[in-house]
Ligand binder design. Structure first.
Ligand code: SF4
Length: 216
């Protein structure tokens, strides 16, 4: 199992070397920018987030500016993403970070998830992107891929199951969480899509249960 897990992570990392998508937040380790990106990416396609992200970090370059932003200006930027409540949540989060954490993004799952609007997936993605910490980034997409690879039945409720979170966390390579999660997300978006996965160009086909490999 451990050897198979290593095969999966190595195959994903190798695939990621040539296939990662390029988004503006992927070239930075700036905590504010990573936080804004992951906040906006919740339930939203990355391509859709790009213009709002770029405008937002240009107009409000840090937690301080975001905390004091004119709410209507902020809403105007976020409106195209559809979830209007997110503008309030994002500004409240910036205020909490400013007032309770001295303007510094807290580096732990417990503190991040204490901020309203930051769930465990978002916190895990932030910790991986900023510090390469192997927190379990469990969402519909990562679960779909790993469910297919392991031959597991995945339901809406699976995201909350401890064993799935443990499984996903156990596969994250030490010190490479950022690249690993990017590769897994990009494989889910471009190869192991919800319908008609392109197994013939998947780096996991040899070991994937659904792809006809020898499974685990
Ligand atoms: S082999 Fe097919 S089903 Fe399995 S992970 Fe790759 S694309 Fe998804």
């Amino acid at each position: 199992m451990e050897v198979r897990g290593r095969e999966i992570t190595n195959a994903l990392l190798r695939w990621g070397e040539k296939n990662l998508r390029d988004f503006p937040w992927r070239g930075t380790r700036d905590p504010y920018r990573i936080f804004v990106a992951e906040f906006l990416l919740q339930r939203t396609r990355a391509e859709q987030v790009v213009p709002a992200y770029e405008e937002l970090v240009r107009k409000y370059p840090g937690f301080e500016e975001l905390a004091g932003a004119d709410p209507s200006g902020l809403l105007e930027i976020i409106r195209p993403l559809g979830l209007h409540r997110r503008a309030n949540l994002l500004q409240n989060a910036a205020r909490i970070i400013k007032e309770q954490f001295g303007g510094l993004l807290p580096p732990s799952m417990k503190e991040l998830t204490s901020i309203e609007g930051v769930g465990t997936y978002t916190a895990a993605a932030i910790l991986a992107a900023l510090y390469d910490l192997p927190a379990p980034a469990v969402d519909t997409n990562t679960l779909r891929v790993l469910g297919r690879v392991f031959g597991l039945e995945i339901k809406e409720s699976s995201r909350k199951k401890r064993e799935y979170r443990d499984l996903i966390e156990s596969l994250v390579p030490k010190g490479q969480a950022r690249l690993y999660i990017y590769a897994l997300l990009d494989l889910a978006a471009t190869v192991c899509t919800p319908r008609n996965p392109a197994c013939d160009r998947c780096p996991l086909i040899r070991i994937c249960h659904k792809g006809g490999g020898n499974g685990l």
